[in-house]
Design a protein around this ligand. Sequence first.
Ligand SMILES: *[C@@H]1O[C@H](CO)[C@@H](O)[C@H](O)[C@H]1NC(C)=O
Ligand SMILES: *[C@@H]1O[C@H](CO)[C@@H](O)[C@H](O)[C@H]1NC(C)=O
Ligand SMILES: *[C@@H]1O[C@H](CO)[C@@H](O)[C@H](O)[C@H]1NC(C)=O
Length: 234
Amino acid sequence: MSLCSLLLLCLAATLSSGFVISSQYMWTKLILTHHWPSTFCTMEHCHPNISYWTLHGLWPDKGIMCNSSWHFNSSQIEDLLPDMEKSWPDLLHPSSTGFWKYEWHKHGTCAAKAESLNSQHKYFSKALELYHKLDLDSILKKFNIVPSENYYAFSQIEGVIENFYSVKPKIQCIHPSKNADAQILGQIEICFDPDFTLLDCEKQGDWDQPMAVDKTSGFSVCDHNMPVYYPPLP
Ligand SMILES: *[C@@H]1O[C@H](CO)[C@@H](O)[C@H](O)[C@H]1NC(C)=O
Ligand SMILES: *[C@@H]1O[C@H](CO)[C@@H](O)[C@H](O)[C@H]1NC(C)=O
Ligand SMILES: *[C@@H]1O[C@H](CO)[C@@H](O)[C@H](O)[C@H]1NC(C)=O
């Protein structure tokens, strides 16, 4: 091997390790997470009175709690509050801003590494904008996926979303006790690239497990072969 090609190899190795280091800090995908209030309240023992999909969060695929000194301040999103209360309600404490504060600290401060999301107003208004643009609740209704005592096949629900948006969502369920005959639909994630273009949530060969997955939420990816219960309000 010539000296020249050795040098090129070294250069390439240096560049690629530099790239790996910086890519650990910058996200490449945003996950818009919707949850179904009845299911959430089954887990958290609250009293759901909302019968539409609400926002859970807008999560970058890399990083959590990126800046603990960047405090949530609801007066910076004052103009958004009426929409926040409707679209992104705190199901446990309806009149509190605690859920938004939590999401800002955990995910927003990381999303804010991109210029397009580098303020609380930009972050929350973009989440609301994407939520309204997708209009997931209406799309499901339009294709006759509505809360029901009759179970759905998982492929019916996934099919409607994939066909309409032309990307793969990530759909999460509660897997109840061993003898239950259905899983309970809980959360639907739809993904975007940094330019806010729709993207498959699980890319082929996606070895990098997103840190944004809420390990504490009790949801896991739905079983493709088990019927799905989409619970109405109790
Ligand atoms: C649900 O109940 C809370 C208080 O318990 C109330 O603030 C909220 O407006 C209600 N939401 C709907 C859609 O009725
Ligand atoms: C963290 O947030 C504070 C307050 O907004 C800001 O002054 C600081 O530059 C941020 N630090 C980083 C590393 O982004
Ligand atoms: C919150 O934001 C408002 C508006 O920008 C500002 O006037 C106020 O000082 C901030 N409060 C805190 C505690 O940082």
